[in-house]
Design a protein. Structure first.
Ligand code: OGA
Ligand code: MN
Length: 210
């Protein structure tokens, strides 16, 4: 396995996440993963191609055109099938347990995918959890774009729950992670001018009947 943060570093990361979630409900964290792991994840993202990427959907599976007007990224679901993915998922598992310990969110599992936004791609304002289903509770996005400048656009915009006020405009820069309560914050990805890589993920609660 690639180097992962040690106990102390993980604890510090978990604490930053929990303090931010308990306060404003979202966290923007820089330099979250060891450089070597961040670089390995970036390399994997660069190697994604039409064979392992699929056009992302929104749940309206029948209407491809409508989907393309809402989001235009291509995704690859993440499995623990490489050193970098195993290390990434190990860290997210530590965060899951830590957040449960501190905030009692009852997070049950984590699902994630690489996302690639071609120039011009975007993802219109949406919520990650909807329909009253308490399923996706905590959203994460982790960015893999070195040397990103504000001119490259593609920012993540987080809105207040009423979707009027902008709370944060986040540049998708390398080794930055955003964590937010899925049911609380509408958000969008502004059209990007450069290839934009990320790992998007969701901690879910168990909705299966016991
Ligand atoms: C998503 C999403 C945000 C981003 O995939 O649901 O909102 O900044 N992504 O990539
Ligand atoms: Mn989203």
């Amino acid at each position: 396995m690639l180097d992962v943060p040690d106990e102390k570093q993980l604890e510090a990361l978990i604490n930053s996440v929990c303090v931010a979630l308990a306060g404003q409900g979202y966290a923007v964290l820089d330099d979250v993963l060891p450089q070597e792991l961040a670089a390995a994840l970036r390399n994997e993202a660069l190697q994604l191609n039409e064979e392992n990427l699929v056009q992302a959907g929104t749940g309206r599976k029948q209407d491809y055109h409508l989907d393309k007007q809402i989001r235009a990224d291509a995704i690859c679901w993440m499995q623990p099938d490489s050193d970098a993915r195993i290390a990434y998922l190990f860290i997210m598992e530590a965060i899951r347990k830590g957040v449960n310990r501190q905030l009692y969110l009852g997070l049950f599992e984590y699902e994630s995918h690489y996302a690639r936004y071609e120039p011009g791609a975007f993802y219109k304002t949406h919520l990650d959890a909807f329909g009253g289903k308490r399923n996706r509770v905590l959203s994460t996005t982790y960015y893999l774009n070195p040397d990103w400048t504000s001119g490259h656009a593609g920012e993540l915009v987080l809105y207040a729950p009423d979707a009027q006020e902008v709370l944060a405009t986040v540049v998708p820069r390398f080794n930055r992670m955003v964590v937010f309560l899925s049911e609380r914050f509408p958000h969008e990805v502004l059209p990007t001018t450069q290839l934009r890589y990320s790992v998007a993920g969701w901690f879910r609660v168990n909705t299966q009947p016991a």
